[in-house]
Design a protein around this ligand. Sequence first.
Ligand SMILES: *[C@@H]1O[C@H](CO)[C@@H](O)[C@H](O)[C@H]1NC(C)=O
Ligand SMILES: *[C@@H]1O[C@H](CO)[C@@H](O)[C@H](O)[C@H]1NC(C)=O
Ligand SMILES: *[C@@H]1O[C@H](CO)[C@@H](O)[C@H](O)[C@H]1NC(C)=O
Ligand SMILES: *[C@@H]1O[C@H](CO)[C@@H](O)[C@H](O)[C@H]1NC(C)=O
Length: 956
Amino acid sequence: MDTYLYRSKLFLLSILFLVLLTASLSSLQPLCHDDERSTLLQFKDSFILNKSAFVSAYPSAYPKVASWSLEGGNSDCCSWDGVDCNEDTGHVIGLDLSSSFLYGSINSNNSLFHLLQLQRLNLADNHFNDSQIPFGIGNLLRLTYLNLSYSVFSGKIPLELSHLNKLSSIDLSLNYGLYTLSDLRSLVQNFTTLEELLLPNINFSSSIPESLANLSSLATLDLEYCELHGEFPTRIFQLPNLRDLKIRGNPNLTGHLPEFHLGNPLKVLSITQTSFFDSVRSIPLSLSNLTQLTYLDLSRNTLTGHISSSFFANLTQLTFLDLSYNKLGGTLEFDMFLKIKSLSVLRLSSNNLTLLTKANSNDTLPQFHTLGLGSCKLRKFPDFLRSQNKLSWLDLGGNNLEGLVPRWMYNASRESLHTIILSNNFLIGFEQSLVVLPWSNLTSLSLDNNRLQGSLPIPPPSIRVYQVQRNLIREMSPLICNLSSLYYLDLSYNNLSGMLHPCLGNFSSHLSVLQLRSNNFRGTIPKTWAKRSRLSKIDLSENQLQGQLPRSMANCMMLEYLNVSNNQINGAFPSWLVCNLSSLEVLDLSYNNLSGKLHPCLGNLSSPLSVLQLRSNNIRGTIPKTWAMGNNLTMIDLSQNQFQGQLPRSMANCLMLEYLHVGNNQIIDTFPFWLGTLSRLKVLVLRSNAFQGSIKSFEINDTFTELHIIDLSRNNFSGNLPTEYFRHWNAMNVVGANELKYMEVNSRRDGFGSSIQCTITITNKGTTLKYEKILDVFRVIDLSGNRFDGDIPELVGSLKGLHSLNLSNNALTGYILPSLGNLTNLESMDLSQNKLFGEIPAQLTQLFSLEYFNVSNNRLTGAIPRGSQFYTFQSNSFGGNPGLCGSPLSKKCGDFNYTPTPPYPFEENQSSSSPFEFGWKVVAIGYGCGFVIGVVIGKIVITRKYGWFVKIFGKM
Ligand SMILES: *[C@@H]1O[C@H](CO)[C@@H](O)[C@H](O)[C@H]1NC(C)=O
Ligand SMILES: *[C@@H]1O[C@H](CO)[C@@H](O)[C@H](O)[C@H]1NC(C)=O
Ligand SMILES: *[C@@H]1O[C@H](CO)[C@@H](O)[C@H](O)[C@H]1NC(C)=O
Ligand SMILES: *[C@@H]1O[C@H](CO)[C@@H](O)[C@H](O)[C@H]1NC(C)=O
């Protein structure tokens, strides 16, 4: 008994002792320092805890500083949330306030920078309201860990950051507004023990210092989208601890991959959108030695070569593999991905691969999240998709899928699929016709360019982007009106007919882009356009819509692009529309029956209107007098109307103007030399008006220097050809770049990259052709159908970029200059119906591109030269010149000793360099109109050089 009592006493005593010991030990741990406590409280008070500013906060986010308070007697700041103190000294050495709903600016006086003992600072995922990273941070010399990612910092990074020479980890990612004036070298040169360097999206505009390759502890390097240039130090790839390397999105960064050996620890490798592979063409096979890789992005590098299964044999850890947009060839067995169990993102689209999908649904394939199998020559929907249940993004575009979308596809990833791309196949419909397509969370569906027939498939109400361009759809169910999340709808180029459904004007407050171009819609445009409309782009062109534009369209206050061209819209020109819509950038009402006059507001717009196309209507009256300074107009097309009076001089205020077409009106004026100051003007067409007088040359140095196309035909201009102007038309002298680029005007904010097309229709010899696109290199001078007299100036021979020269139907005299043989790009030359005399110079046979040539009805004499293109011209090119002889004319030159007219007197000068011969740079272009130049060219090329024609003009 005693023993028992004794034992239990001892037990109690020892418990007591333990309790006391613990109590005394805990009282040994120092409480936090008073000054640091008040510093922390001040820090807390400098922010608002504003949850509403954090739309996309991490789920784990909560306001850590909310618990920082003296109330409740908790004055030991070391026990506060997110605060870490040194156990011996009680100093605050760590602050983790990530995802804490901190909102507000932070500046260098902030109390935080008094915590000089701080070693770890994490402020990630807060909102510092675009304040700069405070230079005070340079005081915290003991910092080893600094995380300011995703916190809405912007502005200049303080150089003081480089004082923190104990840093082993710095993360400034996901801030987007950060930049630095110093280069990367001076920022990182003090960081000698760095393990993690994450500075993506910061504009450095510098090269990567070789010294980074000395950081032997470096494990993570993220310099994506930093505008880095120069050579990437190859030694960095061989750093013994480097696991994450991301340098994507530095297009001017060059470098090359080393030979990778087994045992290299790289897990993440992202080097796409750099110039790394500019010289290396084939895929670097030693990547197959990187057995630790989980993430490999080699997309968009024009890599060639074949990849075989053995390339992936050891890459069993991959979760992300993107090889899309290269030129990889060969046949790939999909089975090879069976072994890569963790693979969840696989993109192979847009290569030259042939994908064999033997795998059937019984094989346990990885469960993919993203599958890009576009352009993989698939002939049917791969069977393995049946067992994919987590798929969110699926691209099967550009394959050879034909027939119906199989019924089993309805079950594949029914809940998880968000995006399906089936464009550019040969699909005709869906196997089981359902009222609504079954993927219940679908947000984006692209069926562009298939052969879908009948009724428009209706996606579920979650759909946001729906693209069904270029199919054979005939009907649209009113169920379309239920798609209340729709943001982008494109049904262009189908066979839809009937009236436009009235709901289109107001059914979805999200709808931003509505494209119904080129269908057979008839009747009037819906009457009601909602006030809350977010429509920014409406394209109803190429239908058979009638009646007037409804006034309620002025409710679409966010409208940037409106195209109703090629319909039968009538009524007065809708000034209320143009004058009220303050966002409008592109207005195309061409080819309708609009009448009335233009409102003066047009020239005085506050809107950013940049493209105004009113071609082929019945608008009359004068062109508005006042065109305000500072307008954004780049393209004005008023052609084929009934405008009268003069061209207003204030049009010279349209400083952005690149394209001006007022042809086929009744304008009476002299040559608008005052437009010569518009330094961007590329196209000037005054054709078929009543312009008159001689074109005087003024002593202005730079006038019309950018002109690519000038058409003054069918007016009453007289006097000599404008020699001095020829001297200034610098752009005419540019010999075409090889790069095939179309003239384009891009609508600035249309995030869908559409460019504006304008069409110039030129009528020549009764043939009218209209083209959609034209190459930017195209250069044209058309002065035909006027009363110009005198000689063809020598200077014309130096406009080397010229593709078409038309001086026909004037009263020109003198010789055809041998120097015209220098216009080696010329495809069309028309000098007919003048009073030219002398011989056709043999030099013209050097014009190997010449497709059309006409010197008929002049006073030319002598033998028609023979050679190259001249063999292809018919007799009507030469007729009406009684003195001409030789093939193709029936008149033989005979064997009599024919004395040619003296050659052009200055012939010996022809090879001397003209003032234009130095290298004019090809001028970058930025506008978009497809139009036609000379029929001539069109016609001839169609028959003889179809391929070239398609390149120049695009498919019609
Ligand atoms: C490196 O750090 C020291 C302080 O430790 C500082 O004086 C020096 O200016 C820093 N170098 C740069 C380039 O900032
Ligand atoms: C790349 O270099 C070109 C020419 O040197 C320059 O125009 C361009 O802005 C640079 N791009 C970037 C992203 O640095
Ligand atoms: C992989 O590395 C070994 C040495 O570890 C090397 O011999 C081999 O050539 C490398 N493989 C390739 C495909 O480069
Ligand atoms: C895969 O790795 C093993 C060593 O782990 C090596 O022997 C083999 O050659 C590698 N296979 C390929 C295809 O690189």
